[in-house]
Design a protein around this ligand. Structure first.
Ligand code: PLP
Length: 397
């Protein structure tokens, strides 16, 4: 394949664009990670992560991808045979459930159509029926990256309290954190699971857990085997620093310090508003395409459509993978594919992280160009609809 000129537009839902300031922060020699200079960096990262996660709980960081933070959450609070109520959201609840089973947990899936948001009332009903208190934890993916649906974590937290049930609430914030509001303490979340490569705009490689007092208490009696991720070993150590079960990934911390500074400089509310604006522009473009028997929004609950990723359903008879393959090979825009049962049926437009209006418009214009070029039916005016909306919303900002 000949070289494609210009920058690739990275519109997959993670990893996301890494801002130059973050790249430059990593462009420095390694340092001794057992020195006060490094501890200060760690402490700043941890304290700023607390601001982003809106928690006074304990924040722990590992050298891992998001899968590591999933594993940390389950092994630190559960014992073999414990029951986890997994809210079905899509591919990521499915694979998180598989991981729980691999650790000998009993997984009860709260079945839910992938194109709809979880109804917190159903969580409450199930917990009320669990009079023996066998459910140890309720697990939910805040933003299901495979479907582009956001799930009501505040509502689920309230449902657990309303049921008067002792279950812990574990939330995967991997594709929501720093892109949409997440309020760990206010919403009653016991464990938040996060990763570095999406809203935090960092390279892949850091897993993050935040744990409430109740979760830390559960760790003391949880019997699942764990070592690398054992919170008792890695939570705040001497000098208020974090501990690692191994060499600290110092360059990723240089990146994280800068990334968190960027987020706080922009202001979290502005970051969320920007994501909401770019997501709405994307949805308006897709709705216009859909009017001509073209691609449509996969999600059916309008109010729960994600501000970090939009899943777009291809019209029947057209393969989403063939479509996005050409979008990439001919026009250098990377789109996400459909996962699991959505493979070939949807493509996903990631609009999270370090992204602005020209970048999303470039992506949407290229998708429209390729719909035309590949002879896929679609309504006209998708990009116009996005521009119309952005023109109005920018004026109001
Ligand atoms: N959970 C969600 C919601 C995700 O989007 C992903 C990855 O995209 C994961 C978990 C797994 O994270 P990782 O790929 O970093 O291990």
């Amino acid at each position: 394949m000949s070289r494609l000129a210009g920058r690739q537009f990275l519109n997959i839902p993670g990893p996301t664009n890494i801002p130059d300031r973050i790249l430059q922060a990593m462009h420095r020699p390694a340092l001794d990670f057992m020195t006060p200079e490094f501890w200060e960096i760690q402490v700043e990262c941890r304290d700023n992560l607390k601001k982003v996660m809106k928690t006074d709980g304990e924040v722990m960081i590992y050298a891992s991808s998001g899968h590591g933070s999933w594993e940390a959450a389950m092994t630190n609070i559960c014992s073999p045979g414990d029951t986890v109520l997994m809210c079905e959201t899509g591919r990521f609840s499915e694979s998180w459930a598989d991981m729980c089973k691999a650790f000998g947990l009993t997984v009860e899936v709260l079945a839910n159509p992938w194109d709809r948001a979880t109804d917190p009332n159903r969580v409450e009903e199930r917990l009320r029926a669990d009079t023996a208190g066998t459910i140890k934890a309720v697990a939910v993916v805040h933003n299901e990256t495979s479907t582009g649906m956001t799930h009501d974590v505040a509502g689920i937290g309230a449902a657990i309290r309303a049921a008067g049930h002792p279950a812990l609430l574990i939330v995967d914030t991997i594709s929501s954190l720093a892109s949409m509001d997440f309020r760990m303490d206010e919403w009653g979340v016991d464990v938040a699971v996060a990763g570095s490569q999406k809203g935090l705009m960092l390279p892949v490689g850091l897993g993050i857990s935040a744990a409430s007092e109740k979760a830390l208490e559960a760790t003391r009696t949880a019997k699942l085997p764990r070592k690398y991720y054992d919170w008792n070993e890695i939570k705040t150590g001497d000098h208020g620093r974090l501990r690692f079960a191994g060499t600290a990934p110092s360059h990723l911390f240089f990146a994280m310090r800068e990334g968190l500074r960027l987020l706080l400089e922009e202001g979290l509310d502005n970051v969320f508003a920007r994501h909401a604006r770019l997501a709405e522009a994307t949805r308006r473009a897709v709705r216009a395409w859909g009017r001509g028997n073209g691609p449509t929004l996969f999600g059916k609950d309008e109010a729960a459509l994600s501000n970090s990723v939009t899943a777009v359903q291809m019209p029947a008879g057209f393969d989403a993978n063939a479509f996005r393959g050409k979008v990439l090979s001919e026009t250098n825009v990377a789109l996400g594919g459909g996962l699991s049962r959505l493979n070939g049926k949807v493509f996903r437009i990631g609009h999270l992280g370090d992204l602005n209006e020209p970048m999303i418009l470039g992506c949407l214009a290229t998708v429209e160009l390729q719909l035309k070029r590949q002879g896929i039916p679609h309504g006209a005016g998708g990009v116009d609809a996005a521009i119309e909306y952005l023109a109005g919303s920018l004026a109001a900002s």
